[in-house]
Design a binder for this molecule. Sequence first.
Ligand SMILES: Nc1nc2c(c(=O)[nH]1)N[C@H]1C(S)=C(S)[C@@H](COP(=O)(O)O)O[C@H]1N2
Ligand SMILES: [Mo]
Length: 230
Amino acid sequence: MSSRILGRRALLTGLAASTVACDTERPHEGGLGAMERWNARVQQALFSETKLAADPGPEALTPFVHFPVYFVSESLPVAPPNWHLRVGGMVARPQDLSLADLQRLTRIDVRFRHHCVEGWSAVAAWHGLSMRALAELVGVDPAAKFVEFRSFDSGYSSSWDIASALHPQTILAYGMNGDPLEAAHGAPLRLYSAIKLGYKSVKYLTEVLFLPTMTGGYWEDRGYEWFAGT
Ligand SMILES: Nc1nc2c(c(=O)[nH]1)N[C@H]1C(S)=C(S)[C@@H](COP(=O)(O)O)O[C@H]1N2
Ligand SMILES: [Mo]
């Protein structure tokens, strides 16, 4: 398995090689900030809640052993035995949900092509609950405009706009290719979406927070685009 695991160094090198200069001190200010705001406006204009990403079909599935594996921790993050998902922020009913609780919600199955900024793409099927179902369960305040996803992988996190988070193809996955999600791919629960680049799909989830304001994230704070639509 270790050959499939590209560590943080490999990811950083790949990103550095494949991206234009980033001011990592203040990534969202200055010239890059202005360009990013323009990009976000264009992507938001193109983005439509009803537009669904295409299913690449079963024949497009990437063999499991060839689906790359990323995490920022030095070693494979493993969930604590008492793992649960905290859901809070601007919600009527904050919850602490076990995997069994989450698996009682309606299961949906999606198959997408995953795009990583490092230049690879791969296809898998993902099984879980929709973010919409979670939002209904906790009673999200309509004034919530952003969602922050946190993980137990050395502080990896990402902040999303609420429309993308509640897109019908944005799911919290506990299964992959018909099997339970493996630790390598974010067990027990990971975010997955057809409409965002790979780094927005936080693995090893601990917390989903509905917020009034935009926050940052692991790669976002290092200069990568915040909206990051596909
Ligand atoms: N917790 C956590 N989530 C993460 C990452 C990570 O390093 N840690 N990497 C991101 C990136 S850059 C990609 S491309 C995908 C990779 O998912 P995979 O390891 O299942 O291929 O996870 C994303 N989510
Ligand atoms: Mo990625």
